[in-house]
Design a protein around this ligand. Sequence first.
Ligand code: HEM
Length: 343
Amino acid sequence: MENKERKPVYYSEYLQLDKILNAQQPESDKEGIRADDEMLFIIIHQAYELWFKQILHELGIVREVFKQTNINNSTPDIYNSLHRLKRICTILEVAVQQMGILETMTPLDFLDFRDLLRPASGFQSIQFKMIEAMLGLQYDQRHGKEYYLSQLTPADVERVKKAESELSLLVLLNNWLERMPFVKNEAYWGNSDNDFWTAYRNAYSASLGEGEKQNLALFDSLFINDGDYPEGRSFSTDASRNSLFIMLYRDHPLLQLPYDLLNTLLEIDEQLSMWRHRHIHMVQRTIGKRVGTGGSTGAAYLRGAADSHYVFKELAELTSFLLPRHLLPALPESLVKDLGYFA
Ligand code: HEM
């Protein structure tokens, strides 16, 4: 639509290229040292930070949807959220690939300017820490938590802490899963919704081979015994039950979308892990056993973080409790009907 009052949009002004394209100022230039690859080093970090910004934007929108205490499944909200989470996966795929560009910088090229960067480091990437926090990584779960804020300015510490204090996607997901009515609805199960879990437990127990029998104790504490729930977990009994139910009966139309959502969150965890591992390989190749410019143990610190920073690990763990379709307990007819599109 033409608006005569509106100033015509000009490409470089709209994109504020004067700011972006003047934001590469190599330290080596300032020192009068020749370091041809510092430009690449700056640009690749800036490109990452832009993608991190986009990821935070998407997570913010998804979080607003999940903050509702009653998400109406007949509205576009959940579809829209799923779409955005899938976009995050695609961005992360690109982020992983992008490491390859930086790897064209050899260790010797990096040494030309590395010492000029201290004590700056990706360790100070606030946006990266905020992504982790928004997804659900809590302070207590952080590898190297003693010093993970120590390298930041007070203003940045506040930003990270604020992100950690807000409801994370993990918490909101738990709340959403808890509200699912399928396994806890008298209309389907009479007064004994536990019949389903008893039947499932029996089938699961019978399926366990030698060396797997100990899984039953965890199964019981997660899904069966009230009050025996293991400490330090993110999902409540109801959320665990419902997420397992979604995985098991995902072929029913109404569960396809929740299943896709859970699967996409696992994919985000996986892509982030791929990024971490790709980063570790690059770090090992570039600085070997030297400590990081941020002062950590370098690759050793990064490996610890990669091992322990999975956010949706309890979802991933549910696969230990799946059974083949032909062993699944049959669902009440009324529930099967309600799980169809034309209930
Ligand atoms: C030559 C290239 C690179 C090297 C040698 C390198 C090295 C390191 C090291 C050693 C650390 C651990 C903290 C420290 O002591 O400094 C670290 C952390 C980090 N780096 Fe890099 N890095 C490189 C490129 C990148 C790029 C392109 C990004 C993209 C944004 C990035 C993002 C991060 C992040 C987010 C962390 C914190 C990770 C965490 O705490 O789990 N790094 N890096």
